[in-house]
Write a protein that binds this ligand. Structure first.
Ligand code: NAI
Length: 345
């Protein structure tokens, strides 16, 4: 076993490398900021070329969680962890061993589900003494409801329409979030188009919902009104912005833009970009509700408020002549600065 812990006064607050060759574990935990509370963020289990690539992704995702929790007015900082997927690993052992590292943060890192992990994994992580979220409840349906509200807000802002009747919405990735979202969109009258690297998964859901499918590799360049990435990070890069064929981009996926300059490029192409960390906050809201024992009605209302927040940010962006991303980042920065002032008193 080897553990290296770095604590800095600048971001990130903490980086914890987690290695145990016997258990097949190679992972990294990044706590980006704890000004507003313990760092809340999911555990990603995915294939990476090496630990360095995983660390780079984890740093970016943890910073996005700081912004997400701040804009959503939640009492949490931002964090994330990434477990490198390895063929043949004993998953229960891997997750339990990872949980021992999480426990070393003494509650400063609150893990939840993310791409490639389930509530069962979180229960295993928690069984090692770590404080976890999502061990009993999957927040993905809540994330989907918030994204649905965000899609509605974007359509209302751009087209002045109150419903999604006939709106072409392409969902890229129909896993936990994407499948729930597709159902909400179809119920709302949208023309649902689905893409997944697991073509059978998208095909069977499209059949169920009366939608259509699109090959995963052309999802971003397929004409539609709204593109909703629900899979991997950094779907949009400076080199592919020109190929996008949507009018609105409303991500459930975290860290959709490979760099902030993409937001300007999207605006130049008249593509309305709703910042991912605003649209996809439903999961963290649900986690907070779970911790606080909220009634279902209160949770639902809070999730729908994500749509109001998106509408406000888009309107403020128009009024100021600013990108929605800049407005949302400013909201996050101001809330964190206010938190620092309170902490300093
Ligand atoms: P998941 O692992 O359940 O589903 C991901 C789906 O995307 C799978 O069906 C997979 O086959 C598909 N996929 C992977 N690569 C793809 C590609 N290149 N093209 C098309 N499809 C691809 O993950 P989950 O939980 O649904 O999360 C999806 C995204 O939403 C992730 O980026 C995650 O970080 C983000 N997110 C999830 C939240 C949650 O509550 N689960 C909360 C906030 C964000």
């Amino acid at each position: 076993m080897a553990t290296q812990q770095l604590t800095t006064s600048n971001q990130p607050h903490m980086v914890l490398r987690c290695r145990d060759e016997d258990a097949g574990l190679c992972a990294v935990i990044v706590i980006d900021d704890t000004t507003l509370g313990p760092g809340l963020g999911g555990v990603r289990h995915a294939v990476y070329a090496d630990e360095s690539e995983a660390l780079t992704e984890c740093l970016r995702l943890a910073a996005a969680m700081t912004r997400k929790n701040a804009v959503a007015q939640l009492p949490y900082g931002g964090a994330k962890s990434v477990v490198l997927a390895r063929r043949g690993a004993d998953r229960p052992r891997l997750m339990r061993r990872f949980g021992e590292f999480v426990a070393q943060t003494h509650g400063q890192y609150l893990p939840g589900v993310d791409m490639g992990t389930t509530v069962d994994d979180l229960a295993l992580i928690g069984s090692s003494g770590a404080t976890v979220t999502c061990a009993g409840t999957d927040p993905s349906p809540a994330t989907a409801l918030g994204v649905w509200a965000a899609v509605r807000a974007a359509v209302a802002h751009l087209d002045g329409r109150e419903t999604l009747d006939g709106v072409r919405v392409l969902v890229q990735g129909v896993g936990h979030v994407g499948s729930s979202l597709a159902r909400l969109l179809a119920d709302d009258g949208a023309r649902v188009m689905l893409a997944d690297v697991d073509a059978e998964r998208s095909r069977s859901l499209a059949d169920e919902l009366g939608g259509s499918t699109v090959a995963a590799e052309v999802a971003a360049s397929t004409p539609c009104d709204v593109l909703v990435p629900c899979a991997v990070a950094r779907l949009v890069t400076p080199t592919n912005v020109a190929a996008l064929a949507c009018r609105m981009l409303v991500p459930a996926a975290n860290d959709t833009l490979s760099d902030a300059g993409c937001a300007t490029m999207l605006a130049q192409r008249d593509i309305l970009y709703v910042p991912d960390f605003v649209a996809n906050a439903g999961g963290v809201v649900a986690i907070h509700a779970d911790q606080g024992g909220w009634a279902p009605e209160r949770l639902r209302n809070e999730l729908l408020r994500i749509g109001d927040r998106v509408g406000d940010i888009l309107a403020e962006g128009d009024a100021l002549g600013s990108l929605p991303l800049a407005v949302a980042e400013d909201h996050a920065a101001r809330r964190i600065a206010a938190g620092r002032e309170v902490a300093a008193v």
